[in-house]
Design a protein around this ligand. Structure first.
Ligand SMILES: Nc1ncnc2c1ncn2[C@@H]1O[C@H](COP(=O)(O)OP(=O)(O)OP(=O)(O)O)[C@@H](O)[C@H]1O
Length: 322
């Protein structure tokens, strides 16, 4: 246990340990108590407890010995094509087990990576073995699950966790691991995690390992995310310097600190909303920044996109002064 990453060490073992999504957990508890589990489809952003919920449900439904025979868990490291459906899943659901107690559970984690052929092949199997097996599909993008599979399942959306929901869990781990941390450090972790509990625990663990006392600065440094001071400097440069100076200073800052332009854009976005720009200028900046983010996500070079960002601010200033 001691060597485990904290995300695994503190993976909720029971449904009670899961923070948030109370409605979903209550509904699942009802299914278990009535012994009427439907096929399930959990979807939503990463690190919100989808896998933990189904694993906790499985632990509640089966003893450890039964788990081995009754639960099949497939994730992204397994083949996602039609072969796995024909071979592994079909064989698993059609084989009799020594434990006659109940139904089998097939967990298809990261189901959005399954090919359409594989999902289509599952339609028959889901219906054919509905008396003896239940399927749980887990994915980030609902649109990647074919409508025929969606309509066979009861869907649950796991939204991002709020800071109020994450804080007690974060503090639980801080206490157990005796992490020295300042209140501002906790706030920085929650802000960077953005509703993803896995990310929050990973940042906490790496910041703790990197420095004795976890502070706001050490958290930002640890993940290589632009600090508030550096963002203020960047805004200042963008709003006041000419193109050449802005280009030199931002490139230098970016290189020295190793910041990614995508992270800089995320932080600038907050500022653009906060600064009192005239309406047209704000709209111009937001559209340009969204374009740059899109191009970065599609593999454009950072150098050219940084120039595009500086140009967007230069243009905004021109419009404002004219
Ligand atoms: N609701 C929650 N309550 C408590 N801990 C959580 C919760 N959600 C996530 N965690 C923590 O984050 C880790 C990752 O969670 P989990 O694997 O369940 O996320 P997921 O929603 O399945 O993510 P992904 O879509 O990336 O697979 C867990 O091991 C646990 O430590």
């Amino acid at each position: 246990m001691a060597n485990l990453p904290w995300i695994e060490k503190y993976r909720p073992a029971t449904l009670d340990e899961l923070v948030s999504h109370k409605d979903i957990i209550d509904t699942i508890r009802r299914y278990i108590s009535l012994g009427e589990l439907p096929h399930l489809l959990f979807y939503g952003p990463a690190g919100t407890g989808k896998t933990s919920t189904i694993l906790a449900l499985a632990k509640q439904m089966y003893t450890p010995t039964e788990m081995r025979g009754c639960v099949l868990e497939l994730n992204a490291s397994d083949d996602r094509g039609i072969g796995i459906v024909r071979d592994e899943i079909q064989t698993f659901v059609s084989t009799q087990t020594l434990h006659k107690k109940g139904i089998k559970l097939i967990i298809l984690d990261e189901a959005d990576a399954m090919t359409n052929d594989a999902q289509n092949a599952l339609r028959r199997i889901i219906e054919q073995y509905t008396a003896t097996a239940r399927f749980c599909f887990i994915c980030n993008y609902l649109s990647k699950i074919i409508p025929a599979v969606q309509s066979r399942c009861t869907r649950f959306r796991f939204g991002p966790l709020s800071n109020e929901q994450m804080m007690p869990r974060l503090e639980h781990v801080i206490e157990k691991e005796q992490v020295q941390i300042e209140p501002e450090g906790k706030k920085a972790i929650l802000q960077l995690a953005n509703g993803d509990m896995r990310r929050a625990l990973n940042i906490l663990q790496s910041s703790h390992m990197a420095s004795g006392l976890v502070t706001e600065t050490s958290v930002y440094e640890c993940v290589g995310h632009p600090s508030k001071n550096d963002i203020k400097t960047m805004i200042n440069v963008l709003l006041n310097e000419n193109f050449t100076v802005a280009s030199q200073r931002l490139s230098a800052l970016k290189t020295i600190k190793g910041y990614a332009l995508a992270d800089i854009l995320t932080e600038l976005h907050r500022y653009v909303h906060r600064i009192d720009f005239p309406r047209d200028i704000r709209i111009h900046l937001l559209i340009k920044m969204a374009d740059i983010e899109n191009r970065l996500a599609n593999g454009a070079t950072e150098k050219l996109q940084l120039s595009a960002l500086i140009s967007a601010f230069q243009k905004a200033r021109q419009v404002e002064s004219s």
